[in-house]
Design a protein around this ligand. Structure first.
Ligand code: PLP
Length: 444
């Protein structure tokens, strides 16, 4: 029964609201009207009453979403190098150039030039991954979560996966190992306790139903104190003896040693493979410094089974991702990754260099002073992966308002607030951005 006791407001009444009209300059008059129509349509079909103010608020929210182009560039002054909310790893110029070269025309994405017939999009990148990591074979999917899902779906559907209790964590974005396991139709067998896990715990849980032994990086979480863990090597050895594949979700996927950059050592892909782990999963846009992707490297016989999984078709990556990833991997091959990949350049910047740049800020902005700071690797790398850094700290009676004003600029600048001061860490600001950040601060 549509016996409405209330009337939807007329379109022109909403258009006459000053805040609504203000969006005409940004999305056009027709654009504003389409949003109003869409919101009224939604209210009408929901069948529930909404006040005039609530409808205008919905219209404004939608207009705002439409007017703010997403994604659009900004300045990361947080000091968190791989900031998950700010797009994680910036690409190397070489990867950007390769994306452009491939994007504007046709390519041999799935074409074998020698035979003149259909080829595989997976073969070229597999060779590059093997070279970069020392693995027997490699595969690329949409992201690391998809890589883990594909591993579980391929090996453990309807069977058991043994995981240590200390690994059952949620990492950012609601990615929880137990839930991914459940989705894949595998049965989780938890062993050990939250703080202490021994190899015997895994041994005791082995059964004819065991499909996989899984090790995961605790990501942005840490258990300290009275602890015991099973090493990758021990687990790989147990898997070999029991004839059960062993997978490790590294997440970050470091190919270089972070300790050389003054951060905590992060287990590298090569180390995991050298320990004998059969399948190693990691992200393309964390410590690798490439595009969003999920990478699986490991034993050829295991990868072959994953390649035959029909789910791979739904998780596959496009040519632009492959182009950027291949170009990024070539930098590792040439030994120029550390100079060319932005995240390693940020990590390598010396304190003197940062201090020198910060002085320029302090001389131009009277309320700014140069301070010591801690930058972070971020993106689920070790949480204590802190790197000494230098920041500009701006004194203001209204830090929230200053931070908001910086975020509203073009481009927006995202800073952090520390003890009532607005702090901009120089490590994540590109030197080429200094001038515009100084201009924005001066203007405020
Ligand atoms: C970040 C992370 C993931 C998820 O990676 P995405 O590429 O964001 O899907 C999975 N596992 C671990 C351990 C991670 O750190």
């Amino acid at each position: 029964m549509k016996n409405r006791r209330w009337e939807l407001p007329a379109v022109h009444r909403i258009l006459d609201e000053t805040a609504v009209g203000a969006f005409e300059a940004r999305v056009g008059r027709a654009g504003v009207k389409r949003v109003v129509d869409a919101v009224l349509d939604r209210v009408r079909s929901s069948g529930t009453e909404a006040s005039f103010e609530a409808i205008v608020a919905s219209v404004l929210t939608r207009l705002h979403e439409l007017a703010v182009e997403t994604p659009s560039p900004l300045v990361n002054a947080t000091g968190i190098i791989l900031h998950t909310n700010l797009g994680r790893a910036p690409l190397a110029p070489d990867a950007i150039a390769e994306v452009e070269r491939i994007a504007c025309g046709y390519s041999n994405l799935e074409y074998d030039l020698e035979r003149g017939e259909r080829g595989s999009r997976h073969s070229g990148i597999a060779a590059a991954l093997c070279e970069a990591t020392g693995a027997q074979d490699g595969l690329v999917v949409n992201n690391c979560a998809a890589a883990v899902l594909l591993v579980l779906d391929t090996f453990a559907k309807g069977r058991e996966v043994i995981v240590a209790r200390n690994a059952l964590v949620e990492i950012g974005g609601g990615f929880r190992i137990p839930e991914v396991l459940e989705r894949s139709g595998a049965r989780l067998v938890e062993v050990g306790t939250t703080n202490r896990v021994y190899l015997e715990d895994f041994e005791r849980a082995l059964s004819p139903r065991t499909a996989l032994l899984l090790r995961t990086h605790p990501s942005n979480y840490r258990i300290e104190g009275f602890t015991h863990d099973v090493s990758g090597r021990e687990l790989a050895e147990l898997g070999r003896r029991a004839g059960v594949p062993v997978a490790e979700d590294l997440g970050s996927g470091a190919l270089l040693d972070l300790a050389e950059y003054g951060a905590e050592h992060e287990r590298t892909v090569r180390e995991a493979l050298a320990d004998g782990i059969g399948l190693v999963t990691f992200s393309g846009d964390k410590l690798l410094g490439g595009p969003q992707a999920g990478i699986v490297v490991g034993r050829a016989n295991l990868l072959a089974r994953m390649r035959n999984n029909p789910l791979l078709r739904a998780l596959r990556v496009d040519k632009l991702t492959l182009a950027a990833l291949a170009a990024t991997l070539r930098l590792y091959r040439d030994g120029s990754a550390a100079e060319r990949i932005p995240l390693y350049r940020m990590l390598a910047a010396s304190l003197d260099e940062l201090r020198h740049r910060a002085q320029a800020y302090a001389s131009a902005v009277p309320s700014a002073r140069v301070v010591e700071s801690d930058a972070y690797v971020g993106a689920g790398a070790l949480p204590q992966s802190r790197i000494a850094s230098v920041a500009v700290s701006v004194g203001t009676p209204v830090p929230d308002e200053l931070a908001k004003a910086l975020r509203s600029g073009t481009p927006p600048i995202v800073a952090r607030i520390d003890e009532g001061r607005v702090v901009l860490d120089l490590r994540t600001i590109a030197p080429a951005e200094d001038e515009l950040v100084i201009a924005a601060l001066s203007a405020l």
